[in-house]
Design a protein. Structure first.
Length: 154
């Protein structure tokens, strides 16, 4: 294949990395490591998530990443971990007052900016973006699984 055949994919990957870079820059400007930022974001975004296991499941994070981020956030006084009754080792993640303040000044303004950006696309473009991105992810999953299955057969 000619390199020009890959140009649309290169552009797509650059856009994806640029967006990832924007979030990294924002987290860094707020003094947060990426993983800690995304844990806070996840907790703010989904009131249903309250345990490490739920965070790992919802965001495909490794338990080590979530555990490390939570320990940093707990050491900074932003979250507290409380044992849950009848749940073994599972701990509930709760915002402290300082965590709630950070949520108001850092996470929620970003979420509002994201929503504003999404709204600016208009309904038709939003629907198309979501549809195409879901289709791309689904097809990529299939193709990656084929590679994995082929290499494990060798």
């Amino acid at each position: 294949m000619d390199r020009r055949d890959y140009l649309p994919l290169l552009i797509f990957n650059q856009i994806y990395k640029e967006i990832d870079g924007l979030y990294h820059h924002y987290a860094k400007s707020c003094g947060l490591p990426d993983a800690a930022f995304w844990v806070l974001y996840s907790l703010a975004e989904n009131d249903q998530i309250s345990t490490q296991r739920e965070l790992c499941s919802a965001w495909c994070y490794s338990p080590q990443t979530v555990n490390s981020a939570l320990k940093k956030l707990e050491a900074q006084g932003l979250v507290k971990l409380e044992s849950m009754k009848d749940s073994g080792r599972n701990k509930q993640i709760l915002f402290t007052d300082a965590g709630k303040a950070l949520l108001q000044t850092v996470i929620l303004p970003l979420m509002a900016a994201e929503q504003h950006t999404f709204d600016d696309l208009g309904e038709a473009k939003r629907d198309e973006l979501l549809s195409l991105t879901q289709e791309y992810a689904s097809l990529l999953r299939i193709n990656i699984n084929q590679i994995i299955n082929t290499s494990s057969e060798d």
